[in-house]
Ligand binder design. Structure first.
Ligand code: FES
Length: 146
């Protein structure tokens, strides 16, 4: 089985059985966004304890790539401190599923959840930090992901 086949199977698997799928009713932050091309949409809820993302879940609908990347992203972020979560890059997500050379038209599918995550952090930090100038970079980053 080639690497491409393994990644393909992983994507199908994650889309059928997404990891961290659901809601956190008593979340500390939640954010929603959608892919304007297809209307698919993702919400991310996070529980934040101190400087740590102690729990994270996503829900919504998306294609197989979107669901797989949302699963992988939430796995990467769960339990990490906010600084590390802020630094999660598109390469981190795409690399987990062998999607580094994804066609431009599918990039939005793969990175929708990362955009939602960065916007959620922006929203959380904007409310919890006095100096939000540094946090504004996060907003720009989310807006320029694709
Ligand atoms: Fe809608 Fe991929 S086709 S997120």
């Amino acid at each position: 089985m080639s690497n491409a086949d393994i990644y393909h199977e992983m994507i199908i698997d994650y889309s059928r059985n997404p990891i961290n799928y659901g809601k956190i009713e008593d979340h500390d932050v939640t954010f929603h966004d959608s892919n304007p091309l297809c209307g698919d949409s993702i919400d991310i809820d996070m529980k934040i304890d101190g400087d740590k993302v102690s729990d994270i879940k996503f829900h919504g609908k998306g294609c197989a790539i979107c669901m797989a990347c949302s699963s992988v992203l939430t796995e990467i972020a769960k339990g990490k401190n906010i600084k590390d979560v802020r630094n999660i890059s598109k390469t981190d997500v795409l690399g987990e599923l062998g999607l580094e050379n994804l066609q431009a038209v599918r990039i939005k599918c793969a990175l929708l959840s990362l955009k939602v995550l960065k916007s959620a952090l922006y929203s959380y930090l904007g409310k919890h930090l006095e100096d939000s100038s540094d946090v504004d970079k996060l907003k720009e980053e989310a807006a320029s992901l694709y």
